[in-house]
Design a protein. Structure first.
Length: 259
């Protein structure tokens, strides 16, 4: 069963091979980590905004999935504006805290950088089913099947852990021991959940071994993962956008090496 809702799964980006999306996301992230500038990050953010309608996400889904990144970007920008390196004209000063032209420019660059790195990752995981990603990593990227399938099984169990946490809370509340001492309740419930997770993990490992997972023979796959021309085109366009962003930043003199 797919973890991606049908509306998103029918979108154009969702039909792209997960490996192609992962390559583009890694290319964007690694490249933008090398520099703190407004131009390169701004170009990537603009392109990502243009791609949002093709992801199949509603406004509410997009807001929920990107809210942590937006909050982090804003907080990072504010902290940089207040405590960043002072340069140029001073706009405000309050003791050791000063807001200058240089710190504001750096704050905008940090904000755009967080958005440019985080939002493509959100689109990757929001439009990709974990099983499809595992198939592409094992068949196309040639990663060890034991590692890929183990990670897939762990990811599939996240939903069960959330259900167990809710069931534990309801059970403790029914017994009248979950209304007070929030920290103690959290620690006891977390310990119980850990015991459940270890037991379920042991049973799952035994079941997977019984089905031949991790054997020495070459395994078969229920679904083939292939790179189609649109997947190659997606990777080329993604790499081209990153290259254009870096080239533009270098030509305009805004590229700043972090290392």
């Amino acid at each position: 069963m797919s973890l991606v809702v049908p509306e998103i799964r029918r979108s154009w980006i969702a039909r792209v091979n997960p490996l192609a999306k992962l390559v583009v996301a890694l290319c964007v992230g690694v490249t933008l980590v090398l520099s703190i500038d407004v131009v390169s990050a701004g170009i990537v953010v603009a392109v990502v905004v243009l791609l949002l309608p093709f992801a199949g996400l509603s406004a509410r889904q997009l807001a929920v999935r990107t809210s942590p990144i937006l909050v982090s970007a804003v907080l990072a920008g504010i902290a940089t504006a207040l405590y960043g390196v002072d340069a140029g004209r001073v706009f405000a000063s309050l003791g050791p805290v000063t807001i200058t032209e240089g710190s504001l420019g750096l704050a905008v660059a940090i904000l755009l950088r967080v958005l440019a790195v985080g939002v493509p990752a959100v689109l990757l995981f929001a439009t990709t089913d974990p099983t499809d990603l595992a198939d592409s990593l094992a068949q196309l990227a040639k990663l060890p099947a034991r590692f890929v399938l183990g990670a897939l099984a762990a990811l599939r169990l996240v939903g069960l852990l959330l259900e167990d946490w809710e069931a534990l809370g309801l059970a403790r509340r029914a017994r009248g021991v979950a209304d007070r001492h929030g920290i103690r309740r959290f620690l006891v419930q977390a310990g119980t959940l850990l015991v459940f997770a270890v037991r379920r993990g042991g049973k799952l490992a035994t079941a997977m071994e019984a089905r031949g997972f991790g054997g020495a023979t070459r395994r078969s796959w229920a679904r083939r993962s292939v790179l189609r021309p649109r997947d190659v085109l997606f990777m080329l366009v993604g790499v081209g956008v990153v290259a254009a962003a870096v080239t533009t930043a270098v030509l305009l003199g805004s590229w700043r090496w972090v290392l």
